[in-house]
Write a protein that binds this ligand. Sequence first.
Ligand SMILES: Cc1cc2nc3c(=O)[nH]c(=O)nc-3n(C[C@H](O)[C@H](O)[C@H](O)COP(=O)(O)OP(=O)(O)OC[C@H]3O[C@@H](n4cnc5c(N)ncnc54)[C@H](O)[C@@H]3O)c2cc1C
Length: 410
Amino acid sequence: MAGLSPDVVIVGGGIAGGTMATILARNGLEVVVLERETIYPDRVRGEWIAPWGVVEFKRLGLIDLLYENGAIDVQRNVPYDENWSPEVAEQRALDFRNLLPEIPGAICIGHPTMCNVFSASAKESGAHVLTGIKKIEVTAGSGPTVAFSSNGQTVQLRPRVVIGADGRNSAVRKQLGFPVLADEPHNLLGGMLVANVPDWPRQVQAIGTEDRFHYFVFPQGKDMVRLYACYDFADRAKFAGPDREARLLQAFRLNCLPYSEAILGGLPVSTFNSYSNEDHWVDDPTTTGIVLIGDAAGHNDPITGQGLSIAARDVRIVSDILISTKNLDRVDFLPYVEERRERMRRLRITGRLATKLRVEFGDEARHRRARVSQRSMQRQLSPLPATLIGPERLPAEAYLPETIEKLIAP
Ligand SMILES: Cc1cc2nc3c(=O)[nH]c(=O)nc-3n(C[C@H](O)[C@H](O)[C@H](O)COP(=O)(O)OP(=O)(O)OC[C@H]3O[C@@H](n4cnc5c(N)ncnc54)[C@H](O)[C@@H]3O)c2cc1C
Protein backbone atom coordinates (compact mmCIF):
# COMPACT_ATOMS: atom_id res chain seq x y z
CA MET A 1 0.00 0.00 0.00
CA ALA A 2 1.17 3.53 -0.75
CA GLY A 3 1.63 6.24 1.86
CA LEU A 4 -1.50 7.85 3.23
CA SER A 5 -0.99 10.99 1.10
CA PRO A 6 -0.56 9.86 -2.51
CA ASP A 7 -0.77 12.39 -5.32
CA VAL A 8 -4.02 10.98 -6.67
CA VAL A 9 -6.72 8.55 -5.51
CA ILE A 10 -8.89 7.14 -8.28
CA VAL A 11 -12.24 5.69 -7.22
CA GLY A 12 -13.20 3.00 -9.77
CA GLY A 13 -10.72 0.88 -11.68
CA GLY A 14 -12.73 0.33 -14.89
CA ILE A 15 -11.86 1.79 -18.31
CA ALA A 16 -11.39 5.42 -17.28
CA GLY A 17 -9.83 4.59 -13.90
CA GLY A 18 -7.38 1.94 -15.12
CA THR A 19 -6.32 4.05 -18.08
CA MET A 20 -5.84 7.17 -15.94
CA ALA A 21 -3.84 5.25 -13.32
CA THR A 22 -1.54 3.85 -16.02
CA ILE A 23 -0.81 7.25 -17.54
CA LEU A 24 -0.28 9.05 -14.22
CA ALA A 25 1.92 6.29 -12.78
CA ARG A 26 3.99 6.16 -15.98
CA ASN A 27 4.63 9.86 -15.43
CA GLY A 28 5.87 9.42 -11.89
CA LEU A 29 2.78 10.30 -9.84
CA GLU A 30 1.90 8.22 -6.80
CA VAL A 31 -1.51 6.76 -7.54
CA VAL A 32 -3.96 4.59 -5.57
CA VAL A 33 -6.90 2.95 -7.36
CA LEU A 34 -9.89 1.78 -5.30
CA GLU A 35 -12.01 -0.77 -7.18
CA ARG A 36 -15.18 -2.34 -5.78
CA GLU A 37 -14.99 -5.64 -7.70
CA THR A 38 -12.43 -8.41 -7.35
CA ILE A 39 -13.37 -9.88 -10.76
CA TYR A 40 -14.75 -7.64 -13.52
CA PRO A 41 -18.20 -9.01 -14.44
CA ASP A 42 -19.70 -8.88 -17.96
CA ARG A 43 -22.36 -6.24 -17.24
CA VAL A 44 -22.87 -5.48 -20.94
CA ARG A 45 -20.83 -2.38 -21.45
CA GLY A 46 -18.98 -1.06 -24.47
CA GLU A 47 -16.85 -3.17 -26.72
CA TRP A 48 -16.78 -1.13 -29.93
CA ILE A 49 -14.27 1.71 -29.99
CA ALA A 50 -15.08 4.42 -32.54
CA PRO A 51 -12.26 5.46 -34.89
CA TRP A 52 -11.80 8.76 -32.99
CA GLY A 53 -11.53 6.78 -29.75
CA VAL A 54 -8.90 4.54 -31.33
CA VAL A 55 -6.94 7.74 -32.03
CA GLU A 56 -7.33 8.71 -28.36
CA PHE A 57 -6.03 5.34 -27.10
CA LYS A 58 -3.16 5.63 -29.58
CA ARG A 59 -2.27 9.12 -28.30
CA LEU A 60 -2.29 7.73 -24.77
CA GLY A 61 0.23 5.08 -25.89
CA LEU A 62 -2.19 2.25 -25.01
CA ILE A 63 -3.33 0.94 -28.39
CA ASP A 64 -0.73 -1.85 -28.60
CA LEU A 65 -1.95 -3.20 -25.26
CA LEU A 66 -5.43 -3.59 -26.74
CA TYR A 67 -4.16 -5.40 -29.84
CA GLU A 68 -1.91 -7.66 -27.73
CA ASN A 69 -5.00 -8.69 -25.77
CA GLY A 70 -7.28 -9.62 -28.62
CA ALA A 71 -8.65 -6.38 -30.10
CA ILE A 72 -9.81 -6.84 -33.67
CA ASP A 73 -10.00 -4.22 -36.41
CA VAL A 74 -13.46 -3.56 -37.77
CA GLN A 75 -13.15 -2.27 -41.30
CA ARG A 76 -16.71 -1.85 -42.52
CA ASN A 77 -20.24 -1.13 -41.36
CA VAL A 78 -22.88 -2.80 -43.51
CA PRO A 79 -26.38 -1.33 -43.04
CA TYR A 80 -28.43 -4.53 -43.49
CA ASP A 81 -31.88 -2.99 -43.06
CA GLU A 82 -35.50 -3.46 -44.11
CA ASN A 83 -35.08 -0.54 -46.50
CA TRP A 84 -32.96 -2.53 -48.98
CA SER A 85 -31.80 -5.98 -50.04
CA PRO A 86 -28.56 -7.44 -48.59
CA GLU A 87 -26.82 -6.81 -51.93
CA VAL A 88 -27.78 -3.14 -51.89
CA ALA A 89 -26.78 -2.88 -48.21
CA GLU A 90 -23.33 -4.22 -49.12
CA GLN A 91 -22.99 -1.57 -51.84
CA ARG A 92 -23.88 1.07 -49.25
CA ALA A 93 -21.29 -0.18 -46.72
CA LEU A 94 -19.17 2.44 -45.01
CA ASP A 95 -15.43 1.72 -45.08
CA PHE A 96 -13.81 2.82 -41.80
CA ARG A 97 -10.25 2.40 -43.07
CA ASN A 98 -10.01 5.77 -44.78
CA LEU A 99 -11.77 7.88 -42.17
CA LEU A 100 -8.78 8.97 -40.10
CA PRO A 101 -5.29 8.63 -41.54
CA GLU A 102 -3.48 7.58 -38.35
CA ILE A 103 -5.54 4.44 -37.57
CA PRO A 104 -7.04 1.49 -39.50
CA GLY A 105 -10.67 1.95 -38.36
CA ALA A 106 -12.82 0.97 -35.38
CA ILE A 107 -11.85 -1.83 -33.00
CA CYS A 108 -13.75 -4.38 -30.91
CA ILE A 109 -12.57 -5.88 -27.63
CA GLY A 110 -14.53 -7.14 -24.59
CA HIS A 111 -15.19 -4.71 -21.73
CA PRO A 112 -14.03 -7.05 -18.89
CA THR A 113 -10.90 -7.83 -20.94
CA MET A 114 -10.14 -4.13 -21.27
CA CYS A 115 -10.69 -3.56 -17.54
CA ASN A 116 -8.23 -6.38 -16.74
CA VAL A 117 -5.69 -5.05 -19.24
CA PHE A 118 -5.72 -1.52 -17.83
CA SER A 119 -5.73 -2.71 -14.22
CA ALA A 120 -2.64 -4.83 -14.97
CA SER A 121 -0.91 -1.98 -16.83
CA ALA A 122 -1.66 0.39 -13.93
CA LYS A 123 0.04 -2.04 -11.52
CA GLU A 124 3.00 -2.58 -13.85
CA SER A 125 3.42 1.19 -14.10
CA GLY A 126 3.62 1.49 -10.31
CA ALA A 127 0.05 2.36 -9.28
CA HIS A 128 -1.39 0.69 -6.18
CA VAL A 129 -4.59 -1.06 -7.24
CA LEU A 130 -6.80 -2.21 -4.37
CA THR A 131 -9.81 -4.41 -5.19
CA GLY A 132 -12.84 -5.52 -3.20
CA ILE A 133 -13.07 -2.03 -1.70
CA LYS A 134 -16.23 -1.15 0.23
CA LYS A 135 -17.85 1.84 1.94
CA ILE A 136 -16.04 4.61 0.12
CA GLU A 137 -16.60 8.07 1.57
CA VAL A 138 -15.17 11.14 -0.12
CA THR A 139 -14.90 14.73 1.07
CA ALA A 140 -14.00 17.64 -1.21
CA GLY A 141 -11.76 20.62 -0.46
CA SER A 142 -8.18 21.77 -0.86
CA GLY A 143 -7.23 18.66 1.18
CA PRO A 144 -9.77 16.07 -0.04
CA THR A 145 -10.13 12.78 1.83
CA VAL A 146 -11.17 9.25 0.88
CA ALA A 147 -12.12 6.75 3.58
CA PHE A 148 -12.85 3.13 2.69
CA SER A 149 -12.98 -0.37 4.02
CA SER A 150 -10.45 -2.94 2.80
CA ASN A 151 -10.38 -6.49 4.23
CA GLY A 152 -12.49 -5.29 7.16
CA GLN A 153 -10.13 -2.40 8.01
CA THR A 154 -11.00 1.28 7.64
CA VAL A 155 -8.37 3.41 5.92
CA GLN A 156 -8.31 7.16 5.23
CA LEU A 157 -6.21 8.73 2.44
CA ARG A 158 -5.40 12.42 1.96
CA PRO A 159 -4.37 12.87 -1.67
CA ARG A 160 -3.90 16.11 -3.63
CA VAL A 161 -6.78 15.12 -5.94
CA VAL A 162 -9.56 12.53 -5.97
CA ILE A 163 -10.71 11.29 -9.37
CA GLY A 164 -14.22 9.85 -9.52
CA ALA A 165 -14.11 7.14 -12.22
CA ASP A 166 -16.77 4.90 -10.71
CA GLY A 167 -19.12 4.65 -13.67
CA ARG A 168 -22.68 5.67 -14.46
CA ASN A 169 -23.98 5.22 -10.88
CA SER A 170 -20.99 7.04 -9.38
CA ALA A 171 -20.96 7.09 -5.58
CA VAL A 172 -18.45 9.98 -5.63
CA ARG A 173 -20.83 12.07 -7.74
CA LYS A 174 -23.79 11.29 -5.47
CA GLN A 175 -21.91 11.86 -2.20
CA LEU A 176 -20.64 15.25 -3.33
CA GLY A 177 -24.04 16.33 -4.68
CA PHE A 178 -23.08 17.03 -8.32
CA PRO A 179 -26.38 17.88 -10.09
CA VAL A 180 -27.12 15.46 -12.96
CA LEU A 181 -29.16 16.47 -15.99
CA ALA A 182 -30.86 13.83 -18.13
CA ASP A 183 -32.88 13.40 -21.30
CA GLU A 184 -36.17 11.52 -21.24
CA PRO A 185 -35.56 7.76 -21.69
CA HIS A 186 -36.09 6.89 -25.38
CA ASN A 187 -36.17 3.09 -25.40
CA LEU A 188 -34.31 0.03 -24.09
CA LEU A 189 -30.90 -1.18 -25.23
CA GLY A 190 -29.42 -4.49 -24.21
CA GLY A 191 -26.81 -6.93 -25.29
CA MET A 192 -25.40 -10.41 -24.91
CA LEU A 193 -22.31 -12.30 -25.99
CA VAL A 194 -22.81 -15.25 -28.34
CA ALA A 195 -20.24 -17.92 -29.22
CA ASN A 196 -20.16 -20.41 -32.07
CA VAL A 197 -20.80 -17.93 -34.87
CA PRO A 198 -17.69 -18.68 -36.98
CA ASP A 199 -19.35 -17.59 -40.23
CA TRP A 200 -19.80 -13.97 -39.19
CA PRO A 201 -17.18 -11.98 -41.19
CA ARG A 202 -14.63 -10.86 -38.59
CA GLN A 203 -13.95 -7.38 -40.00
CA VAL A 204 -17.60 -6.42 -40.46
CA GLN A 205 -20.18 -4.90 -38.15
CA ALA A 206 -23.85 -4.53 -39.02
CA ILE A 207 -26.45 -2.05 -37.80
CA GLY A 208 -30.05 -1.93 -39.00
CA THR A 209 -33.75 -1.92 -38.26
CA GLU A 210 -36.50 -4.34 -39.21
CA ASP A 211 -40.09 -4.06 -38.08
CA ARG A 212 -39.92 -2.99 -34.38
CA PHE A 213 -36.37 -4.19 -33.77
CA HIS A 214 -33.15 -2.20 -34.07
CA TYR A 215 -30.09 -4.44 -33.91
CA PHE A 216 -26.29 -4.34 -33.89
CA VAL A 217 -23.82 -7.16 -34.54
CA PHE A 218 -20.20 -6.57 -33.50
CA PRO A 219 -17.50 -9.19 -34.11
CA GLN A 220 -15.58 -10.32 -31.06
CA GLY A 221 -12.56 -12.61 -30.70
CA LYS A 222 -12.52 -16.26 -31.84
CA ASP A 223 -15.99 -17.26 -33.09
CA MET A 224 -17.95 -14.77 -30.95
CA VAL A 225 -20.24 -11.84 -31.68
CA ARG A 226 -21.84 -9.28 -29.38
CA LEU A 227 -25.50 -8.79 -30.22
CA TYR A 228 -27.29 -5.62 -29.18
CA ALA A 229 -31.02 -5.01 -29.40
CA CYS A 230 -32.82 -1.70 -29.13
CA TYR A 231 -36.59 -1.77 -28.69
CA ASP A 232 -39.56 0.18 -27.44
CA PHE A 233 -40.61 0.12 -23.76
CA ALA A 234 -43.92 -1.36 -25.01
CA ASP A 235 -41.97 -4.44 -26.19
CA ARG A 236 -40.17 -4.93 -22.88
CA ALA A 237 -41.99 -8.20 -22.11
CA LYS A 238 -40.68 -9.80 -25.34
CA PHE A 239 -37.13 -9.78 -23.96
CA ALA A 240 -37.75 -10.32 -20.26
CA GLY A 241 -37.92 -13.48 -18.16
CA PRO A 242 -35.73 -16.54 -17.62
CA ASP A 243 -35.58 -17.53 -21.33
CA ARG A 244 -34.80 -14.00 -22.58
CA GLU A 245 -31.43 -15.03 -24.09
CA ALA A 246 -33.12 -17.63 -26.33
CA ARG A 247 -35.80 -15.11 -27.32
CA LEU A 248 -33.27 -12.45 -28.14
CA LEU A 249 -31.38 -14.89 -30.36
CA GLN A 250 -34.63 -15.76 -32.19
CA ALA A 251 -35.28 -12.04 -32.77
CA PHE A 252 -32.23 -12.10 -35.09
CA ARG A 253 -34.27 -14.18 -37.55
CA LEU A 254 -34.31 -11.09 -39.78
CA ASN A 255 -35.10 -10.99 -43.50
CA CYS A 256 -32.63 -8.17 -44.03
CA LEU A 257 -29.64 -9.94 -42.39
CA PRO A 258 -27.94 -12.53 -44.63
CA TYR A 259 -26.05 -14.13 -41.73
CA SER A 260 -29.07 -14.57 -39.51
CA GLU A 261 -28.93 -18.40 -39.73
CA ALA A 262 -25.31 -18.32 -38.53
CA ILE A 263 -26.36 -16.19 -35.56
CA LEU A 264 -29.35 -18.43 -34.73
CA GLY A 265 -26.91 -21.36 -34.50
CA GLY A 266 -24.91 -19.47 -31.86
CA LEU A 267 -24.68 -20.14 -28.15
CA PRO A 268 -25.38 -17.30 -25.67
CA VAL A 269 -22.43 -17.15 -23.25
CA SER A 270 -23.62 -14.21 -21.14
CA THR A 271 -26.91 -13.09 -19.72
CA PHE A 272 -28.95 -10.53 -21.63
CA ASN A 273 -29.08 -7.23 -19.73
CA SER A 274 -30.83 -4.13 -20.97
CA TYR A 275 -30.84 -0.47 -19.91
CA SER A 276 -32.92 2.57 -20.74
CA ASN A 277 -31.30 4.72 -23.36
CA GLU A 278 -30.67 8.41 -22.77
CA ASP A 279 -27.97 10.95 -22.06
CA HIS A 280 -27.00 11.99 -18.54
CA TRP A 281 -24.62 14.87 -18.00
CA VAL A 282 -22.99 17.02 -15.33
CA ASP A 283 -22.44 20.61 -16.40
CA ASP A 284 -19.21 20.98 -14.39
CA PRO A 285 -17.65 17.67 -13.28
CA THR A 286 -15.15 19.34 -10.94
CA THR A 287 -15.13 20.82 -7.48
CA THR A 288 -12.21 21.71 -5.25
CA GLY A 289 -9.96 18.66 -4.98
CA ILE A 290 -12.26 16.45 -7.10
CA VAL A 291 -12.63 15.68 -10.79
CA LEU A 292 -15.09 13.23 -12.35
CA ILE A 293 -14.20 11.38 -15.57
CA GLY A 294 -15.80 8.75 -17.83
CA ASP A 295 -19.39 7.75 -17.12
CA ALA A 296 -19.17 9.25 -13.62
CA ALA A 297 -19.06 12.67 -15.31
CA GLY A 298 -22.17 11.80 -17.34
CA HIS A 299 -22.79 9.24 -20.05
CA ASN A 300 -23.88 9.56 -23.64
CA ASP A 301 -26.80 7.46 -24.94
CA PRO A 302 -25.06 4.15 -25.72
CA ILE A 303 -26.91 3.86 -29.05
CA THR A 304 -23.95 5.54 -30.72
CA GLY A 305 -21.24 3.61 -28.78
CA GLN A 306 -19.21 6.63 -27.66
CA GLY A 307 -18.51 5.89 -23.97
CA LEU A 308 -15.06 4.31 -24.36
CA SER A 309 -13.89 7.08 -26.67
CA ILE A 310 -15.26 9.71 -24.28
CA ALA A 311 -13.43 8.06 -21.36
CA ALA A 312 -10.13 7.97 -23.29
CA ARG A 313 -10.44 11.67 -24.22
CA ASP A 314 -11.23 12.57 -20.59
CA VAL A 315 -8.13 10.70 -19.46
CA ARG A 316 -5.89 12.42 -21.99
CA ILE A 317 -7.02 15.94 -21.08
CA VAL A 318 -7.15 15.47 -17.30
CA SER A 319 -3.87 13.53 -17.12
CA ASP A 320 -2.12 16.29 -19.11
CA ILE A 321 -3.34 18.81 -16.52
CA LEU A 322 -2.33 16.67 -13.55
CA ILE A 323 1.11 15.91 -14.96
CA SER A 324 1.94 19.47 -15.96
CA THR A 325 0.51 21.44 -12.99
CA LYS A 326 2.28 21.45 -9.64
CA ASN A 327 0.00 23.40 -7.32
CA LEU A 328 -3.37 22.38 -8.61
CA ASP A 329 -6.37 24.62 -8.27
CA ARG A 330 -9.93 24.00 -9.49
CA VAL A 331 -9.46 26.54 -12.31
CA ASP A 332 -6.66 24.37 -13.74
CA PHE A 333 -9.39 21.93 -14.85
CA LEU A 334 -11.31 24.63 -16.76
CA PRO A 335 -10.02 23.50 -20.20
CA TYR A 336 -11.39 20.01 -19.41
CA VAL A 337 -14.74 21.37 -18.18
CA GLU A 338 -15.23 23.54 -21.27
CA GLU A 339 -14.07 20.97 -23.82
CA ARG A 340 -16.19 18.22 -22.24
CA ARG A 341 -19.29 20.42 -22.01
CA GLU A 342 -19.21 21.16 -25.76
CA ARG A 343 -18.13 17.61 -26.69
CA MET A 344 -21.05 16.06 -24.77
CA ARG A 345 -23.51 18.66 -26.10
CA ARG A 346 -22.57 17.74 -29.64
CA LEU A 347 -22.71 14.00 -28.95
CA ARG A 348 -26.07 14.42 -27.23
CA ILE A 349 -27.54 16.06 -30.33
CA THR A 350 -26.06 13.27 -32.44
CA GLY A 351 -27.41 10.53 -30.14
CA ARG A 352 -30.91 12.02 -30.17
CA LEU A 353 -30.90 12.07 -33.97
CA ALA A 354 -29.54 8.51 -34.20
CA THR A 355 -32.35 7.32 -31.92
CA LYS A 356 -34.99 9.15 -33.92
CA LEU A 357 -33.76 7.64 -37.14
CA ARG A 358 -33.10 4.11 -35.99
CA VAL A 359 -35.47 3.34 -33.10
CA GLU A 360 -38.72 4.84 -34.31
CA PHE A 361 -40.80 2.31 -36.19
CA GLY A 362 -43.47 2.22 -38.90
CA ASP A 363 -43.62 3.41 -42.51
CA GLU A 364 -42.94 7.07 -41.89
CA ALA A 365 -39.87 6.29 -39.78
CA ARG A 366 -38.62 3.77 -42.36
CA HIS A 367 -38.88 6.31 -45.21
CA ARG A 368 -37.14 8.94 -43.08
CA ARG A 369 -34.27 6.52 -42.37
CA ALA A 370 -33.86 5.81 -46.09
CA ARG A 371 -33.95 9.53 -46.97
CA VAL A 372 -31.32 10.46 -44.40
CA SER A 373 -29.09 7.58 -45.47
CA GLN A 374 -29.29 8.79 -49.08
CA ARG A 375 -28.58 12.40 -48.10
CA SER A 376 -25.66 11.32 -45.92
CA MET A 377 -24.16 9.38 -48.84
CA GLN A 378 -24.48 12.58 -50.88
CA ARG A 379 -22.55 14.30 -48.07
CA GLN A 380 -25.33 16.62 -46.90
CA LEU A 381 -24.27 18.31 -43.65
CA SER A 382 -25.21 16.16 -40.64
CA PRO A 383 -24.02 15.58 -37.08
CA LEU A 384 -23.96 11.79 -37.56
CA PRO A 385 -20.28 11.48 -38.68
CA ALA A 386 -19.33 12.84 -35.22
CA THR A 387 -19.73 9.32 -33.83
CA LEU A 388 -16.93 8.10 -36.11
CA ILE A 389 -14.49 10.96 -36.55
CA GLY A 390 -15.14 12.84 -33.29
CA PRO A 391 -17.54 15.71 -32.53
CA GLU A 392 -14.94 18.49 -32.86
CA ARG A 393 -14.05 17.63 -36.47
CA LEU A 394 -17.43 18.85 -37.78
CA PRO A 395 -18.38 22.53 -38.10
CA ALA A 396 -20.68 23.95 -35.41
CA GLU A 397 -23.46 24.27 -38.05
CA ALA A 398 -23.72 20.48 -38.22
CA TYR A 399 -25.40 20.52 -34.80
CA LEU A 400 -27.92 23.31 -35.44
CA PRO A 401 -31.67 22.45 -35.35
CA GLU A 402 -32.10 23.80 -38.91
CA THR A 403 -29.38 21.46 -40.21
CA ILE A 404 -31.17 18.48 -38.69
CA GLU A 405 -34.59 19.63 -39.93
CA LYS A 406 -33.19 19.91 -43.46
CA LEU A 407 -31.61 16.46 -43.18
CA ILE A 408 -34.81 14.69 -42.15
CA ALA A 409 -37.33 16.78 -44.10
CA PRO A 410 -39.68 14.82 -46.44
C1 LIG B 1 -25.59 -1.50 -23.08
C2 LIG B 1 -24.38 -0.64 -23.26
C3 LIG B 1 -23.62 -0.74 -24.42
C4 LIG B 1 -22.51 0.09 -24.60
N1 LIG B 1 -21.78 -0.02 -25.76
C5 LIG B 1 -20.71 0.77 -25.95
C6 LIG B 1 -19.89 0.63 -27.12
O1 LIG B 1 -20.11 -0.23 -27.96
N2 LIG B 1 -18.85 1.49 -27.27
C7 LIG B 1 -18.56 2.43 -26.34
O2 LIG B 1 -17.60 3.19 -26.54
N3 LIG B 1 -19.26 2.55 -25.20
C8 LIG B 1 -20.33 1.74 -24.98
N4 LIG B 1 -21.02 1.82 -23.81
C9 LIG B 1 -20.58 2.79 -22.80
C10 LIG B 1 -19.30 2.32 -22.09
O3 LIG B 1 -19.46 1.02 -21.62
C11 LIG B 1 -18.99 3.23 -20.91
O4 LIG B 1 -19.10 4.56 -21.33
C12 LIG B 1 -17.58 2.97 -20.37
O5 LIG B 1 -17.49 1.67 -19.85
C13 LIG B 1 -17.27 4.01 -19.30
O6 LIG B 1 -16.08 3.68 -18.62
P1 LIG B 1 -15.94 4.07 -17.08
O7 LIG B 1 -14.61 3.61 -16.67
O8 LIG B 1 -16.34 5.47 -16.88
O9 LIG B 1 -17.06 3.19 -16.35
P2 LIG B 1 -17.07 1.62 -16.13
O10 LIG B 1 -16.47 0.94 -17.29
O11 LIG B 1 -18.49 1.29 -15.76
O12 LIG B 1 -16.13 1.41 -14.86
C14 LIG B 1 -16.49 1.87 -13.57
C15 LIG B 1 -15.70 1.08 -12.54
O13 LIG B 1 -15.96 1.61 -11.24
C16 LIG B 1 -16.21 0.55 -10.34
N5 LIG B 1 -17.06 1.07 -9.26
C17 LIG B 1 -18.36 1.42 -9.33
N6 LIG B 1 -18.78 1.89 -8.13
C18 LIG B 1 -17.72 1.84 -7.31
C19 LIG B 1 -17.51 2.21 -5.95
N7 LIG B 1 -18.50 2.72 -5.20
N8 LIG B 1 -16.29 2.03 -5.41
C20 LIG B 1 -15.27 1.54 -6.16
N9 LIG B 1 -15.41 1.16 -7.45
C21 LIG B 1 -16.61 1.33 -8.02
C22 LIG B 1 -16.89 -0.52 -11.19
O14 LIG B 1 -16.79 -1.81 -10.60
C23 LIG B 1 -16.11 -0.39 -12.50
O15 LIG B 1 -14.97 -1.21 -12.53
C24 LIG B 1 -22.13 1.00 -23.59
C25 LIG B 1 -22.88 1.08 -22.41
C26 LIG B 1 -23.98 0.28 -22.24
C27 LIG B 1 -24.77 0.40 -20.96
